[in-house]
Structure formats: C-alpha cells, structure tokens
Write a protein that binds this ligand. Structure first.
Ligand code: ADP
Ligand code: MG
Length: 611
C-alpha cells in the first residue's frame, strides 16, 4: 500500500482558507474598507458592479504601500499590525489577522495600485489564483486602490451559491453603513453600477447618523455620553417615539467595530422599560470604548460576536447610561436636538455630565446604581408557565414550535366549530378593547381580536398572492415614497411580490418610488405609512426560518393590517370578525402559531366550580 497523504498546493489551501473570510461580496467589501481605515485614509470610495460579483473596488488616500509591502500584503498571515502575541491585547486597528488580502487573491482577479505619499513612483500588481501575474512601477496619486474582479471566478460552486444581485447588494450596503457609521470623521462614498448611492461628507457622528438613517431622526435622538476610567459610552438613542415594531435601526459598536450582542441589546431595551411598548424595539447608535485588553476580539474574523472580560459590568454600564440619557430627555426636553446646530455643539449642552464623568468608576453614582442592583444582568426568561394550569380548558393545543409552517396544515381541528352561525349565539362582549367574549351553544369563546384578525388577513393575502392579479385600487393622486438607499434596494427586490398582493409601485430614481395603487383596503392617505411599516417589518422578519419572499410579505402584511388590541369594536364588527375567522381554513392559530381564541365549554366551567 503506498502512502496517501499529500500536502495541498498553496493555491488550493488558500482557496479553502478563503472560504472562512470571504463568503460573499459583502465580506470583501468589509475587509477592503477596514484596510483603508487602518491605512489612515480620510477619503474612502467604494465602487461595485453587479452587486460586487463582477467588481469591488476600494480607493483610499491612506498611507499606501511600498513595492515590497504591496507584494507581501497578499501572502497569508502577512500583516503590519501585530508582531508578537502580546500585541493582540492592544489592537487598535480593524484588521490584524493578515488573511483578508490573501483570501481575496485566492478567489478573485485582483489589481492593485498603491503609492506611499512620500514615494515618487507607485506599484501596480495583478494577481490571479494567488499568483502574481504582473508587477510594474506606475504613476499614482498616493494611497491605494484595490479592485477585485469576478469573485469566485475559479470556484464556480461558490459563485453559484451567491444570492440575487438585490440580496447581495443589500449585504454590501449593510457593511458599508456599519463602517461609515463608525468613522464619521472620514468621507465615504458608494457607487453601484455607475450610480452614486451614498456620498457621506466627513462630519460629526450626529450628522453621519442623520445622513444614513434619514433626516427624520434629526429631532428624535437623545445624546448618550458617559465617561469612566473603565469604559466610555457615547452615541444616540432614539426617543421612545422612534421605537419600532421590529428590530429597527440598532447599531452597536465596540472600539469602533460593529457587533451583534443579544446581551447588550437587552441592556439597552431594558433601559426603555415602561417608556415603549413591550413588543417594540428602540433605535440606537451606540459606541462603547474599552481598553482593548478587556475584550477578546480573537474570535472568528467574520463573526460579529465579542467577549468581554467582565460582561456584567458592561451590561450595567450600558443600561445605566441609556437610562441616564432618557431621564435627561424627559426632564429637560429643551436639551434635545430641536435646538440649532451651534447651540447643540456647545459643550455645556452636549456634555452635561462633565463633573460626574470626571469621577472615578467606583465613586460615581452610575457605578452605585448598578452595583447595588447587581441582578441587572439577569434576563427574565419568557415565562408562560402560569398558563399551564389552564391548559385543560383549552380546546387548542399550543404548538411546540410556533414557527413551523407545517403545523398549520397538520393541525387537527374540530370541524364542528366551523359551522359558526349555528354554534355562536348572537352575543358579544368586548373586554379591555382587546378580547371578545362570544357566547356559544355550550360555553363561550375568548377571542383575541388582533390575533384573530391577523389570521383572517393572512389567509386573505395568501389567496391574493397565489392568484395572478390582485385587485389594486388605483390612486387618483399617486403618492411618492422616498427611502434610504438600502431600503430602495430592498423595495426594488420586492416590487414583483408586492404587485401580487395589490401594490402597484414604480421606481422613480434616486431612491424614490411612486405608489400607483394599493391593496383595496389600505386607507387613503395611509399608503406611505403602511408601506414604510411593511418594509420595516419585512427587513427584520425573523431569519430563523426560511420562508419564501412572498410568504414573508404575506405574513408582514397580515400583521400590519390586523385590527390592533386596544381598538373598540361595535357588536356588528365583533360578529363580522368572528364569522370571518371561522371561514378560515385554520382559524385557531395565528400564522406564527399563537392561539387566536380559547374555548371554554360548559362542562369545563361546571367542573371548575365543582358542579
Ligand atoms: P490585516 O488587515 O489583518 O493586517 P490584510 O490581509 O487585510 O491583513 O492586509 C495585509 C496588510 O496589507 C496590512 O497589514 C497592511 O499593512 C497592508 N494593507 C492592506 N490594505 C491596505 C491599504 N488600503 N493601504 C495600505 N496598506 C494596506
Ligand atoms: Mg485587513
């Protein structure tokens, strides 16, 4: 038997390794933008074609590379950012692994032009399949331009895995925004297929946030700023009115790195307790700066997770800082951002807590508030156990996995109730503008009006979506809708599906759209709001489940169009709602699997009373 183990050739090893770093065009965008930031550029341009599939180019005016460095940069584990293992604990740059350029060179055709500001001539290099195919001196202004063409040209299997251009573009815009948000002092632009999508002048963080999230945020942000020896927190939280029904504009950065942290997100949400509805999400753009030795960034390069030395302290700080900011907002509304820019920028206004911030960590009130309540990090789990005792009274069984679409079709439901007319006595009572008690021949139903209506709407829009033409109500006066660049990308992607449920929308250039028609029951004058809400919901639709785009849309539409809890209903409206509910194929649960009503039968009631 001959020996069978062989070393992989470099280019194959590189391709495999590249799989971890470059998953899609947006990953390359992130790496190239971060390299430009690390190179101390003040102007960074991103140019993409074909959602990055045919071209991603980043041009910066940073420090550039020498001829040798330019060549070295594409070797695996080649970095100028760390030299020894101890350096890992004082990382101030975005990159440090020295893998990005090597990975990019393994899976795309790369062209580099670079020149150190002080050198006379620059260097031009072409690389393909990890091999330099051309290198020559060139004239260049200074800084670096890296183009990567035809991503995955040599790994067709991975190229085939890429999503639609609209989807890949959305990822690119997300990454672009995350970097641009973190460095407001730098100029950024994004040009896609020859059209400029973003042009972000250098400015203050507040200006950057408004440039990206939209001017409507201008008057709706509260300044957060707490400085301690251990960490600083600064940025903005949206006033309670900007809370969204879905995870909205939430940006959290640690040492300027965008991160996702359910834990810290909980800290921020909890600071809003009592100020926003339980099921809504606050908007925020928050930056936490800590000593790099307190965080472990040595996690996977593409993961946005982070490990803190002491998570609980960070949790308490973040929560207290946001609470503090909100308190300031509610007691001193004149300090909000409706003031003009000069006044806002005065230290006295933007830094009302200087005295406190000078105190050391352990002396500050801030510190005391959280050390005394050191359960602050405790996350209450969704406790539905009290419902369990009632289970025997339920006709409907709560499904184990509420999200399973399949459940609905396999759900066995007593058909007798479908004959609603004879089963229901014509007697309805609304409780707390949320529940309807409907008397039946042998007991009563307790119906949740919003959930019941969501079911009705869901089946209605599902039917529409599967017909060829939904009834669209043509607008006498078409409404124009202006969106952010990233919403425009998304909306463009959704136009066809929106058409199936009754929206006629046409792109109008420059991130705006004309709404020519809406589903029949959208109220006049409300078109814009319902579309914005729909987009918002759609964007943040739980990604745990793979629904088709259309199914997602139908579900969002149903949720949005449902009568809300809190709305008073007349007897007729209640009757109609319940009749419509029982015309549904699956009346007893919402699309997500919550019960829409509970049935209480006489014999259960009797038993409860010991009769
Ligand atoms: P890392 O950023 O982790 O060091 P990369 O593979 O992204 O690794 O880059 C390798 C090296 O190439 C960097 O350490 C840096 O010295 C150099 N480099 C990359 N991009 C640029 C750029 N835009 N300008 C100047 N130098 C760059
Ligand atoms: Mg890098």
């Amino acid at each position: 038997m001959p020996d069978i183990i062989q070393l992989l050739p470099d280019n194959i090893a590189n391709q495999i390794a590249a799989g971890e770093v470059i998953q899609r065009p947006a990953s390359a965008v992130k790496e190239l933008l971060e390299n430009a930031v690390d190179a101390e550029a003040t102007e960074i341009q991103l140019i993409v074609s074909d959602a990055g599939k045919s071209l991603i180019q980043v041009i910066d005016n940073g420090k550039g590379m020498s001829e040798t460095d330019a060549r070295m940069a594409f070797e695996r584990h080649a970095t100028s950012k760390i030299r020894a293992i101890e350096d890992l604990f004082r990382i101030k740059t975005m990159g440090f692994r020295g893998e990005a350029l090597a990975s990019i060179a393994a899976v795309a055709q790369v062209e580099v032009k670079t020149k150190k500001q002080e050198d006379e001539l620059g260097t031009y290099i072409e690389i393909e399949n990890s091999t330099v195919i051309k290198q020559e001196p060139c004239a260049y202004i200074g800084g670096t331009s890296i183009s990567m063409k035809n991503l995955f040209f040599n790994v067709p299997a991975r190229r085939n895995f890429l999503k639609s251009n609209a989807a890949e573009m959305r990822h690119i815009v997300d990454e672009f925004i995350r970097v641009a948000m973190a460095f407001p002092e730098l100029f950024f632009s994004l040009t896609a297929n020859g059209q400029q999508v973003f042009h972000l002048e250098a400015g203050s963080l507040k200006q950057r946030v408004v440039q990206i999230l939209g001017t409507s945020y201008n008057a709706k942000m509260v300044n957060v700023k707490e400085e301690t020896d251990y960490l600083n927190i600064y940025g903005f939280v949206g006033k309670p009115e900007t809370a969204k029904k879905t995870r909205g504009d939430q940006y959290l950065f640690v040492n300027n790195r965008f991160i996702k942290s359910a834990y810290l997100n909980h800290a921020i949400n909890s600071a809003f307790d009592g100020m926003i509805a339980k099921d809504s999400f606050p908007s925020y753009v928050l930056f936490i700066d800590v000593d790099p030795s307190q965080v472990d960034i040595n996690v996977h390069p593409t993961k946005q997770e982070i490990k803190f030395e002491d998570e609980k302290i960070i949790y308490a700080f973040v929560q207290a800082a946001v609470k503090h900011a909100l308190a300031q907002f509610s007691v001193a509304p004149s300090l909000d951002f409706t003031l003009n820019a000069e006044i806002q920028n005065l230290d006295a206004v933007s830094k009302p807590f200087t005295e406190e911030s000078k105190e050391t960590v352990s002396g500050s009130n801030l510190y005391k508030t959280f050390t005394q309540k050191n359960q602050a990090h405790f996350i209450e789990k969704d406790n539905r156990s009290e419902l369990k005792d009632w289970k025997s009274f339920f006709e409907t069984e709560k499904t184990e996995d509420r999200r399973e679409e399949l459940v609905e079709t396999t759900f066995s439901y007593e058909k007798n109730i479908l004959n609603a007319n004879s089963y229901l006595l014509n007697s309805f009572l609304q409780l707390h503008n949320t529940y309807i008690i409907a008397a039946t021949q042998n007991g009563f139903l307790l119906v949740h009006q919003q959930l019941a209506h969501e079911r009705i709407q869901y089946e209605k829009y599902s039917r529409l979506a599967h017909q060829l033409h939904a009834g669209s109500q043509k607008k006498l006066f078409p409404v124009t809708l202006e969106t952010t660049a990233s919403d425009a990308v998304l909306l463009n992607e959704m136009l066809g599906d929106l058409q199936t449920i009754g929206y006629t929308i046409e792109p109008f250039g420059n991130n705006s759209f004309v709404v020519q028609g809406t589903p029949a029951d959208i109220a006049q004058g409300n078109e814009k709001h319902s579309l914005e809400l729909l987009l918002e919901q759609y964007k943040h639709f739980s990604s745990d489940v793979k629904f088709s785009r259309r199914e997602k849309l139908v579900r969002c539409m149903a949720r949005q169009q449902a009568i809300k809890a809190g709305q008073a209903l007349t007897g007729e409206e209640m009757k109609h709602l319940i009749e419509e509910l029982f015309k549904c194929t699956t009346p007893n649960i919402t699309p997500t699997g919550n019960p829409t009503f509970l049935e209480f039968k006489e014999d259960y009631l009797d038993r409860m009373f010991g009769r």
